[in-house]
Design a binder for this molecule. Structure first.
Ligand SMILES: [Zn+2]
Ligand SMILES: [Zn+2]
Length: 547
């Protein structure tokens, strides 16, 4: 082993060493474009002259190459260049320079579309190819954009802008969810809504119009609530999630789901002429929950003391917005999604604030919280040929107990209301519905009007009297991933039998077009579950912060 000499190391050598270390670690891969000079200067906190000197040293060692008018690209490493990179990296370590946030994702970061290092030269026909002009963008990879799957949560003012932009850019598979319906007041800020859309589901309308804007793409909508009705298996199959929500509870739910599934998500929020945009990447910096203030946390914990009232309050307090700020923030969100699709660097855990009154824009970083409850990622998921509307609680428990032993329980993501009891009339009504689907009004006694006491659970232990019920009947959505555990480990089971219906991207397509969309991972329904064929590896989860 070569011991680097003691003594003075120039800053440019340290910078070359830092970048060489990234090449060796694989955070910058062969064919990857390096971040722009400006970004590198910011990240490394060095001058332009120092950076240029460092890049020149790396070029001389055949570690990177310049492409005229485009930027710097990482070369393929061989024995000789690896040795050179190691030597440079040694000077970085001996300089005592602290590592900075890597330009790309860490090797254990979220799975992305594979990099295609050499962009083939292709001259588009602008008369026939609607996406042709994008090919003049140096880093644009049309196959990645066409194959990408993006989930848009919320189809209000922001969701309209995001869906419009993603369809114009040809992002090939768009899934949109919203529980709301179109009303007249939405028409002033939602580019995809029309006069006659009143009372139609927002998600459906937005998906239909996106398909009209660009018939080449594949869309799917879900008229429902993201916190209770979206199976985790849908998020599991996405490349990016864009949040266009207007309340904290929905954001918190999306944040947790994305963390569990190890997916990046882009949040946007608007009010009058103010807006913010932020990207959260599991394991990299703060998540949405980390950003909450103490009082916000207290509000959230209130739902456990009076859950039905808390639910009722969430939907109050609509904020006024303008179509202009929706364009600005929605445009930024769509751009971030495009970067994620291309595996380009994003500023995870940071927020961009835009003030339209002063045109002031600034970025700041959130501090990740050590004790944040959202920071854990699901382990290996077992795909079962099971379906939410057919599989019973007893059957699910039996499967979990084959793997985890007789003490295994199923943890529900939503609180399940078992019963409502009136203290006045002494009457008890069995409910068996998730908390989110029981309104504040329904919580009152039909006889005397008193707010009834709720009996809730979030675990299925096997002692229940309703084990014969299906998962769907107690609110588990199709294609969901259930979480089972014993005292020491978790297991994760996907209701993969729901896949063909729950995730198809074939809304508003004719039958011929529908047949042309291949469904990956299709499995037959009602197949016998063979325990021997299931993965045997045991995953022990620790609820600890990921770095
Ligand atoms: Zn967090
Ligand atoms: Zn009563």
């Amino acid at each position: 082993m070569k011991i680097p000499p003691v003594g003075h190391v120039t800053l440019s050598k340290a910078v070359a060493g830092r970048l060489s270390a990234s090449l060796l670690e694989g955070t910058i891969k062969a064919g990857d474009q390096l971040p722009s000079e400006r970004e590198l200067i910011q990240q490394l906190e060095v001058s332009r002259a120092t950076l240029r000197e460092a890049l020149k040293a790396m070029e001389e060692n055949n570690l990177i190459e310049a492409r005229a008018g485009v930027g710097w690209f990482a070369c393929k490493l061989d024995a000789e260049t690896i040795a050179a990179a190691r030597e440079l990296a040694g000077s970085y370590r001996s300089s005592g320079m602290k590592p900075v946030a890597p330009a790309g994702d860490p090797p254990d970061g979220p799975r992305r579309l594979p990099a295609s290092p050499d962009k083939p030269i292709h001259i588009p026909n602008l008369k026939t190819d609607r996406l042709g002009t994008f090919e003049f963008i140096s880093w644009w990879e049309k196959d990645k954009v066409r194959d990408a799957k993006v989930l848009v949560v919320g189809a209000g003012a922001l969701g309209n802008e995001v869906m419009k932009n993603l369809s114009l850019m040809g992002v090939g598979h768009l899934f949109v969810i919203d529980f709301d319906t179109v009303e007249a007041a939405n028409l002033s800020r939602s580019v995809l809504f029309r006069d006659g859309d009143s009372k139609r589901g927002k998600a459906e309308v937005v998906a239909a119009r996106a398909k009209q804007l660009n018939p080449q793409l594949h869309v799917q909508y879900l008229h429902g609530n993201v916190t209770t009705q979206l199976g985790l298996g849908i998020i599991r199959r996405m490349d990016a999630v864009i949040g266009c929500m207007d309340n904290r509870e929905a954001r918190l739910a999306v944040n947790r789901f994305c963390y569990w599934m190890n997916k990046p998500w882009v949040d946007g929020a608007i009010q009058e002429l103010l807006g913010l945009m932020r990207v959260f990447v599991p394991g990299r910096g703060a998540c949405f929950e980390c950003t909450l203030t103490e009082s916000a946390r207290r509000d959230l914990s209130m739902r456990y003391s009076c859950p039905l009232l808390a639910r009722a309050n969430i939907l109050l307090g609509k904020v006024p917005t303008t179509p202009t700020i929706a364009s600005i923030i929605g445009g930024m969100q769509a751009q971030e999604a495009l970067k994620l699709i291309h595996n380009m660097p994003v500023e995870a855990g940071k927020v961009v604030h835009f003030n339209g009154l002063t045109n002031d824009m600034h970025t700041s970083a959130y501090v990740p919280r050590e004790d944040c409850e959202s920071h854990w990622v699901y382990g290996e998921v077992t795909e079962l040929p099971a379906r939410a509307d057919q599989t019973t609680l007893a059957e699910m428990l039996r499967i979990a107990r084959q793997d985890l032993g007789p003490e295994a329980v199923i943890e529900l993501d939503q609180e399940l209301i078992l019963s409502l009891t009136c203290p006045q009339c002494n009457t008890r009504e069995e409910v068996l519905r998730p908390l989110e689907s029981v309104t504040f009004e329904a919580g009152h006694c039909p006889t005397c009007g008193t707010l009834r006491e709720t009996e809730m659970t979030h675990e299925i232990t096997g002692a229940e009297s309703f084990l014969h019920r299906t998962l769907g009947s107690i609110g588990v959505p199709p294609l969901h991933i259930l979480r089972a555990r014993n005292a020491s480990e978790f297991r994760f089971y996907e209701l993969t039998g729901d896949l063909p219906e729950a995730l198809h991207f074939r809304h508003f397509e004719g039958s011929a077009a529908a047949a042309a969309v291949p469904l990956r991972d299709r499995i037959s329904i009602g197949e016998e579950i063979e325990p021997a064929e299931k993965p045997k590896s045991r995953i022990v989860l620790h609820e600890e912060n990921l770095r």
